[in-house]
Design a protein around this ligand. Structure first.
Ligand code: AVI
Length: 313
């Protein structure tokens, strides 16, 4: 019975003239582990660069946010490494902070909460499990300034209009003067970007192929993973990294849950992910289009990555 969102989306994507799968389905247990490995790859500079920003610039970020009590709300729990660095630096500068991490996964929130409590025992933490916008909406109003954290270049996984809508949704839940601190990967050497999404050890390839294993497991598929390859490329003119799976031969796959056979031509692509890179002006434009003003952009020492402070106007 094709009644899960996953089954409906895979059926749509496999039936399209240009086949696609949504990158939101990468993150089952195995996919989340593979993403952890990606973040440690020598080629994947993004996580280290963002950590460098919080090591070197946290107090500058705090200064731009301004004084007073802060409610820091994080969308997506992550492993906490960068956030703990930021929170440690700003609380030791006497900022009065309550930290609200939000995630749909109870396990992710519990792990993060334990980590934060071990590292920052004095910090007020109010973990929230559920949908980002519902939880954000339900945070009791107070005189504290709201600072939403949306870190890790996640915004790059959305096409521009979708990214703007998402930022608008965040904006709708904020008051005038509240802030959004958003991680954005920036345009730089095309070769450097291309290799971050095509690592030598093949972890990014395994991360993409894992989507097919997930389809087999959850939708009763008979996909032979060995008959697919991985291809990603970066177009520096528009800043888009596009990732794909490639059918190595003409083949058919059957998905029991959809009770349907899908046909693949030799070398046919399945688009799996956009990882968009921005320049300074495009970032300002993104902010303006979503009802914010970009008041500061903090770059790491190599100028690879930006954490940007958007203020609701
Ligand atoms: C989660 N997201 C920001 C990552 C990115 O860089 O687009 C996902 C990823 N895909 C391949 N490598 C990492």
């Amino acid at each position: 019975m094709m009644n899960s969102e996953f089954a409906i989306d895979v059926d749509k994507g496999f039936s399209d003239k240009k086949k696609y799968l949504s990158s939101k389905y990468f993150y089952d247990d195995k996919g989340s582990l593979l993403f952890q490995q990606i973040m440690e790859l020598p080629e994947y500079y993004l996580t280290r660069a963002e950590l460098n920003i919080f090591q070197a610039r946290s107090l500058d970020i705090l200064e731009k946010i301004g004084g007073g009590n802060l409610n820091i709300v994080e969308l997506g729990a992550g492993d906490g490494l960068k956030t703990i660095e930021f929170l440690r630096n700003i609380t030791s500068a006497k900022a009065d902070v309550t930290y609200y991490p939000i995630d749909i996964s109870e396990e992710a929130i519990n792990q993060l909460t334990d980590k934060v409590k071990t590292n920052l025992p004095e910090l007020n933490i109010e973990p929230l499990i559920g949908d980002y916008f519902k939880e954000l909406h339900d945070i009791p109003s107070s005189d504290a300034k709201m600072v939403v954290l949306f870190l890790g270049a996640n915004i790059g996984n959305y096409r521009r209009p979708v990214a703007i809508n998402l930022l608008k949704l965040i904006n709708d839940n904020l008051g005038k003067g509240d802030m959004l601190l958003i991680g954005i990967d920036i345009k730089k050497s095309p070769n450097l970007i291309a290799s971050a999404y095509n690592d030598k050890q093949g972890i990014t390839k395994a991360f993409n192929l894992n989507l097919l294993s997930r389809i087999n497991r959850e939708l009763g598929g008979n996909i032979n993973i060995d008959k697919f390859d991985f291809y990603s490329h970066y177009n520096p003119q528009i800043g888009d990294v596009e990732s794909h799976l490639v059918s190595l031969e003409k083949q058919e796959v059957y998905l029991e849950v959809c009770d349907k056979t899908y046909h693949f031509a030799k070398n046919e692509l399945i688009f799996t992910e956009l990882s968009k890179k921005y320049d300074r002006h495009e970032i300002e434009d993104l902010a303006t289009n979503a009802g914010f003003k970009c008041i500061a952009q903090f770059h790491d020492e190599n100028d690879y990555f930006a954490d940007c402070l958007f203020k609701k106007v």
